[in-house]
Design a binder for this molecule. Structure first.
Ligand code: LLP
Length: 386
């Protein structure tokens, strides 16, 4: 793991903006995940939605994780890079018939079903394809994850999963469906969760539900708690790896698994978030009335998170270190929301300086767009640098 400012001369050889991925850090993160689930009845599926870069996926698949997909194309990508079909789960509130059929034909491990209507459709399509399909029922546990409202998914008002009120009706229906096998329950309460107490609340809710479901006559081999473990956006250098130990221990301590039950996780951000940085060059600096605008060649097209959620990523000047000034760091896109941060202190910056926007491994490259007919930013990997 080389500090980014030591890579300036390497970075100068590439045209900006680009995503830089520290593959060594990704490997260390994966080792930490594996170390903390060893010997436990735990299975981790990487949530592809966080980053579908093939090189990153190769590393994750080589590390032995499964895959969590939310579209037919993600399932296809997971299969292409070598994830075993039997380790792929497929979630999403709006799966099309074509996507479901694709999953069925490829014999993925399980669908996370999000509504009673979807369950009927899955049963019908499985009948047509002539295969019996595993599914887990996604239940909305009505727990507030205490995170940004746009990425809260487990409260009553969110569109995800069946409500607790529908559970009984769903269980009755399941008994009548011949082409599907009810193998588990699935939850996901939100993303970028830093208060582990939220997961404890989820564990306790799951215990109650498990009792109700087994009283209804089901014995389920799988429980899936989704993803959501947050990363430290403020301190990417001093805390580059999330506290997986505390996270997995919490579930170990608070979830009452039945004998032989397997607990599944769908982690995205905490696996890939810190290994990526968006590297950009300063095009111009110009004085405003109350600030100086630092205009980068990267914008909301390469990293939309600050514009969409008003969240902050650490911004560093890699090539100038002297003096300081207050800047609004903005992109070139024709929208005022195209700003990475405002009123922040950075070393005196000039045209041509190299800027790193940290913690851009998750939900950056995957959420990029070609708005303003921008070029697609390439990726550079630490393992390819001399
Ligand atoms: N499982 C399900 C069902 C999900 O909906 C998600 C994320 C995950 C797993 C993975 O969650 P993670 O471990 O990455 O927190 N674009 C937003 C994040 C959206 C997350 C959507 N669902 C952002 O940039 O913050």
């Amino acid at each position: 793991m080389k500090p980014l400012h030591e890579l300036v001369s390497e970075f100068r050889k590439v045209s900006t903006p680009f995503y830089y991925y520290d593959i060594e850090l990704l490997r260390e993160t994966l080792d930490e995940v594996k170390k903390n689930i060893e010997g436990q009845p735990f299975a981790v599926h990487y949530a592809l939605k966080a980053n579908v870069n093939r090189k990153i996926l190769n590393e994750i698949s080589l590390a032995g994780l499964g895959a969590d997909c939310v579209s037919g194309n993600e399932v296809k990508r997971a299969l292409d890079v070598g994830f075993a079909p039997g380790e792929i789960v497929f979630a999403g509130v709006g799966k099309t018939d074509r996507e479901i059929t694709f999953g069925l034909e490829n014999e993925i491990f399980s669908f996370n079903v999000e509504s009673i209507e979807e369950l009927r459709v899955l049963n019908d399509l499985a009948g047509k394809v002539g295969k019996k399909m595993n599914f887990a029922l996604r239940i909305n546990p009505n727990i507030d994850a205490n995170t940004h409202e746009y990425i809260t998914t487990g409260t009553r008002d969110n569109k995800f999963g069946i409500t607790l009120n529908e559970l009984w009706e769903s269980l009755q229906l399941i008994k009548a469906l011949p082409n599907v096998d009810f193998i588990g329950i699935h939850f996901h309460i939100g993303s970028q969760i830093t208060d582990l107490g939220r997961f404890k609340e989820l564990a306790i809710r799951i215990n109650e539900l498990q009792t109700r479901i087994s009283e209804a006559g089901f014995s389920l081999p799988h429980v899936n708690v989704g993803g959501g473990l947050g990363i430290d956006y403020e301190n990417p250098d001093t805390s580059p790896i999330s506290d997986f130990r505390a996270y997995f221990q919490l579930f170990k301590k608070h979830i009452n698994l039945f004998p032989n039950q397997i607990l599944h996780f769908e982690l995205g951000r905490s696996i890939v978030g810190q290994c990526g940085s968006l590297i950009s060059e300063v095009l111009y600096t110009k004085p405003g009335d109350s600030t100086t605008f630092m205009i980068l060649d990267a914008g909301m097209t390469e990293l939309i998170r600050p514009a969409l959620y008003r969240v902050k990523h650490v911004i560093q000047n890699l090539s100038s270190v002297e003096g300081s000034d207050i800047y609004d760091v903005v992109g070139p896109i024709c929208e005022t929301s195209d700003a990475f941060d405002r009123g922040i202190s950075l070393p005196k910056t000039k045209r041509g300086d190299l800027i790193a926007i940290r913690s851009s491994g998750a939900y950056a490259e995957v959420m990029s767009s070609r708005y303003n007919l921008r070029d697609v930013a390439p990726s550079v990997y630490s393992t390819d640098l001399s």
